[in-house]
Structures are given as structure tokens and as C-alpha cells.
Design a protein around this ligand. Structure first.
Ligand code: CP3
Length: 343
């Protein structure tokens, strides 16, 4: 198989492992900042397929990662559901807070193929421009993570509105979960059909789901999304990233049908390698902030990651997204260290 990334995802270990970084197209790169400033509105930037494709390729050209991730955002789904998503510099995303599930007009679900079509076009353009052995990842937010933004109206630390809703209106919460799950299936199907080689489901705030509800809100929706994609004939491997659920990873791997799981930097990768099913590929898990200092502390952490995953299919990545203050030279050092790891 041409791609080491896809070959690893299908269960064959590679030494050195393939590498890419979550949020690899972004503000730590001057090339990104330059193109981004040409389009003040972030949603318009994401929906400009030429610009989205160009920024997707920037980290590939600069670092030669094994996979590209399409430049887009998880909040395009609530945007397509007309939740008035906007990005304010210095504040982050803002949305109209959802008061009742009935405030969502279900006809928007049928329009997703059209409203988010530019993401598919960006995928087609990017796939055509990428080296054949570089894989292209499409992605969406998992339903819970999207719902937190819809109910909080912004980023949050403890997600009080979403958690209160969950405990107080179980039935209504289930209805909301169903709507967002359907929207997610449409968005991922669109990207797979446009030529994405793999799909990733970001449940960035899964750690905030009470363990009592974890199956219902994190794992079951992920399982449903994957089954529905398979029923539509979409067979691309899926990477699940239920960030911060610790021991919940065992059940997540057992019931979702993911081919790979993202391991955050708060989880012991040696535990994950020992405990999670052999047929689930591990992806992770360097603390993104280790890249800021670089040097021997980072090198020791990288050596440990390579060591505990030795012999097991593993995709090198961070435990969460790369941050804007990361020096490019430290990314260079990381990639050369990983690529030199078979000597
Ligand atoms: O990985 C990549 O290179 C692809 C691009 C990508 C973006 N967002 C671009 C982006 C991906 C994979 C995402 C996913 C995303 N978006 C997540 C899940 C991953 C994670 O980090 O947990 C989440 C939670 C979001 C929501 C989001 N988008 C927030 C909270 C913000 C504002 C905070 C911030 O970092 O500015 C965004 C904006 C955003 N999405 C930026 C980028 C490059 C920065 C906006 C800018 O350029 O002005």
C-alpha cells in the first residue's frame, strides 16, 4: 500500500510510525496567518475551497507529514443548522444559545449536502494536489462536543448549561443528540464521498460527560455514526478521539467500531497499549505544550511514546491541537527525531 498512514490504520505496524499533528494547519505558521488575513470572516475562509485547500497543503509542504487534515471546522455543523455561528478575534466562537430543540428547523438537515458542499470541493482539490502517499483526513465534531457549543453559546470550561440540560431534560437531550448525530453523518458522508481517505471524529470535551451517561452520549452516538456510514457503503477507516475519558476508552473501543483511537496527553499511553484491543490502532499522545520548550524534555517524551508503542500499530500525534506559539523549528526537530527512530 502506498500510504504508511493508511497501512498503519489497517493494522500493520510501521517503524518509524507515520506522523501528523492535530490542528497542523494554523496560526503557528506564518503562511497560514498570511492567507487567513485575506479573509476576515473565519466561516467564509473555511468555505472558500481554494483557500481551504491551500492551507491544508501548507504543513505538508513544510514538514512532509504522512497525512493532511482538511482545513475546516467542527462548528460548520451548527453553522449549517443556522445557529448563528461567528468567530470573534480574541474571544473565540459565539453562537445563539439554543433554548429548545424545537428551535432547530429540521429542513436544514436535508440542506447540509449543499450548505457544506465547499468542504467536499476543498477535499477534491486537495486530494488532487497531494502526493499519492500522503493521506487526506476528513473530520467532524462528535455530537456531544457540538452540543456543548450549541447550549453554552461559546467555549466553556465546565459546560454547566449542557450538563444541566442533560440531567433535567433527558428526553429533549436525546432528541437534540439525534439531530446533531444525523447532521454529523451527512457531513462525514459528504467528505468521504468527495475523496477523504480516512475520517476523524473529535469529541474534544468528552471528559465533561458524567460517567453515568458516557455510553449514551459519547460511545453510542459514535457507534451509530459509524454503522450509518457503513450502511451507506462508506468504508474509510474512522479515528475516534473521545478526549479525556480515561478508563472509558476501553468501552469506547469495544462498542464504537472505530479503527483507531486518539489518546490525549493525560492518558498513560503504556496503559493504553497494554489494555486496549489489539485491533484498535493508537494515535497520540505528546503534550502539545512539550513542543514549545522543545529540547531534551520533548525528546525524552517522544522516545517514551515510540518505545511503549513499539510493535503495535501507532500513529504519532499530539494529545491535543498544536498551539499558535509553537516554534516551527521544534516541529522540524520532532519530525526528524521520529523519522530517525528506526536507526
Ligand atoms: O487540524 C487542522 O489543521 C484542520 C483544522 C481544524 C480547525 N479546527 C481550524 C481552526 C480542526 C481539525 C479544527 C477542529 C476543532 N474546532 C475542534 C476539535 C479539535 C480540538 O482542538 O479540540 C474544536 C473544539 C473546534 C472549535 C474551534 N474552532 C474553536 C474553539 C476555535 C477558536 C479557538 C482558536 O483556536 O482560535 C476555532 C477556530 C479555529 N479553527 C482556528 C483554526 C485554525 C483559529 C481561527 C483563526 O485562524 O482565526
Amino acid at each position: 500500500m502506498a500510504s504508511r498512514f493508511l497501512d498503519t490504520l489497517s493494522g500493520t505496524p510501521h517503524t518509524p510510525p507515520p506522523v501528523w499533528l492535530m490542528r497542523q494547519a494554523g496560526r503557528y505558521m506564518a503562511d497560514y496567518r498570511a492567507l487567513r488575513s485575506s479573509e476576515p470572516d473565519f466561516i467564509s475562509f473555511c468555505l472558500n475551497s481554494d483557500k481551504a485547500s491551500q492551507v491544508t497543503l501548507q504543513p505538508i509542504n513544510r514538514f512532509g507529514f504522512d497525512a493532511a487534515i482538511i482545513f475546516s471546522d467542527i462548528l460548520l455543523v451548527p453553522w449549517a443548522l443556522k445557529r448563528n455561528v461567528r468567530f470573534v478575534t480574541g474571544t473565540g466562537p459565539l453562537l445563539d444559545r439554543l433554548e429548545r430543540v424545537t428551535d432547530i428547523d429540521l429542513s436544514h438537515l436535508d440542506d447540509i449536502k449543499t450548505t457544506l458542499a465547499p468542504v467536499g470541493e476543498a477535499i477534491q482539490k486537495t486530494r488532487a494536489a497531494l502526493p499519492v502517499d500522503t493521506a487526506l483526513i476528513g473530520f467532524a465534531g462528535a455530537p456531544w462536543t457540538i452540543i456543548t457549543y450549541m447550549l453554552e453559546g461559546q467555549s466553556s470550561r465546565d459546560f454547566p448549561a449542557a450538563r444541566k440540560w442533560l440531567w433535567a431534560n433527558e428526553r429533549e437531550f436525546d432528541n437534540l443528540l439525534d439531530i446533531v448525530t444525523e447532521a454529523t453523518i451527512e457531513f462525514l458522508a459528504l467528505q468521504a464521498n468527495a475523496g477523504a481517505d480516512a475520517l476523524m471524529l473529535f469529541d474534544s470535551w468528552a471528559s465533561a460527560v458524567p460517567a453515568h451517561y458516557r455510553d449514551r452520549i459519547v460511545s453510542d452516538p459514535a457507534a451509530h455514526i459509524i454503522t450509518s456510514l457503513r450502511k451507506r457503503g462508506i468504508m474509510q477507516p474512522v479515528i475516534g478521539f473521545p478526549k479525556g475519558i480515561g478508563e472509558g476508552l476501553v468501552r469506547y473501543c469495544d462498542i464504537t467500531g472505530v479503527q483507531a483511537v486518539g489518546i490525549d496527553h493525560g492518558t498513560d499511553l503504556a496503559w493504553a497499549a497494554r489494555t486496549l484491543p489489539e485491533d484498535v490502532v493508537l494515535q497520540g499522545n505528546l503534550d502539545p505544550l512539550a513542543l514549545i520548550g522543545g529540547g531534551t524534555a520533548m525528546q525524552d517524551a517522544v522516545a517514551h511514546i515510540l518505545d511503549v508503542c513499539d510493535g503495535r500499530p501507532h500513529i504519532f500525534n499530539l494529545g491535543h491541537g498544536i498551539t499558535p506559539e509553537t516554534p516551527l523549528a521544534h516541529v522540524d526537530a520532532l519530525v526528524s527525531m521520529i523519522r530517525g527512530s528506526d536507526i
